[in-house]
Design a protein around this ligand. Structure first.
Ligand SMILES: [Mn+2]
Length: 323
């Protein structure tokens, strides 16, 4: 699939008068931080720009919303460009598909490997540790003068996608970009508290229940746990409050592959997988028509929770035995 240059992306955005930005569902700090940063940057160039969402913003990202996020398109009708941010797959914003393709031109800016060949313009850089990194370079290309607010939104994206600068996708370049953000006067401690120390007790109760389901397999190299609709009901937690579970169980000594299964419906199991170093979980996810990166991937399995668990454990064992 053709990948455009960042210059071509910049040129298209500079030509546009109105731009609508699309974060992916189950939004995270990178997709929303990148959207908000780009939205503000475009507004600084006197363009009409909004972020179109279709779900509640998780509490820890609420500080980003301001007047950037909207749920209906009435503020921008027939945008010149619609941009998918941090996802290159229509399935990641399926409920807003119609609105997306109402744009005169469509674009994807992303760092995930799998991309639908449906966009007019693509900029996919799998080497970027976060989409927020790409937005930073895009601003350089567009000559957008970044400010504190943009810097904080980009910082939010980079810190969440790099596991607060711990994951293997953290590079010298990541730190160089972040060092530039500090020059904008960002209050990283304030954002850190917002993102990492802003947990509802319902979430803590939910995590507690999930951890009770922990299974270790493949001679200690595999870890799996799950969350059910019933547990959500009992604790009052929201589905997105299971975020972070899979990273927690990956941190267990000796574990290489961790999987978390979330029952979204009776026969709709959302799977998140993480590997610690050598295993490629994107390959496992692909076997279930999912995708992602080597160390972080996901898929949806349409079966009962029990069956999904059996199949997944089997596939993870095959992968781990082949190493
Ligand atoms: Mn990302």
């Amino acid at each position: 699939m053709k990948n455009n240059t960042l210059k071509e992306i910049a040129t298209e955005l500079l030509k546009a008068e109105s731009v609508l930005l699309f974060p992916h569902v189950n939004m995270d700090g990178d997709t929303l931080g990148s959207c908000v940063a780009l939205c503000k940057g475009l507004r600084k160039l006197s363009k009409k720009a909004y972020v179109l969402i279709d779900e509640d913003v998780p509490l820890y990202l609420n500080f980003l919303v301001k007047d950037y996020c909207v749920r209906d398109m009435s503020k921008i009708k027939n945008p010149d460009v619609c941009v998918a941010i941090d996802s290159g797959e229509v399935s990641r914003f399926i409920k807003r598909k119609e609105e997306f393709f109402a744009g005169k031109k469509t674009m994807a800016i992303d760092h995930h490997v799998s991309t639908d060949p449906v966009f007019d313009f693509n900029y996919i850089d799998p080497k970027a540790s976060a989409t927020a990194m790409i937005i930073y370079y895009l601003f350089k290309e567009m000559k957008v003068e970044m400010d504190k607010e943009i810097g904080e939104a980009l910082w939010a994206g980079i810190t969440t996608d790099t596991g607060n600068f711990q994951y293997s996708n953290t590079t010298k370049e990541t730190h160089l970009v972040v060092s530039e953000l500090y020059d904008l006067g960002i209050d990283h401690n304030k954002i850190s508290i917002n993102i990492y120390e802003n947990v509802r007790k319902e979430k803590v109760m939910m995590i507690n229940k999930i951890m009770d389901t922990l299974t270790i397999f493949a001679k200690g190299k595999g870890a799996l746990c799950y969350g059910t609709l019933e547990m959500l009901k009992e604790t009052g937690a929201t589905p997105d409050e299971t975020e972070g579970v899979v990273e927690s169980i990956r941190s267990i000594a000796g574990v290489e592959v961790a999987a978390f299964l979330r029952e979204d419906d009776e026969k709709e199991i959302k799977v998140s997988m993480r590997s610690k170093s050598y295993a490629n979980v994107a390959e496992i996810a692909l076997r279930f028509n999912g995708g992602g990166h080597k160390n972080a991937a996901g898929c949806t399995i349409n079966s009962t929770l029990d069956f999904a668990m059996k199949m997944l454990i089997n596939e993870i064992e095959i992968t781990l035995n082949n190493e």
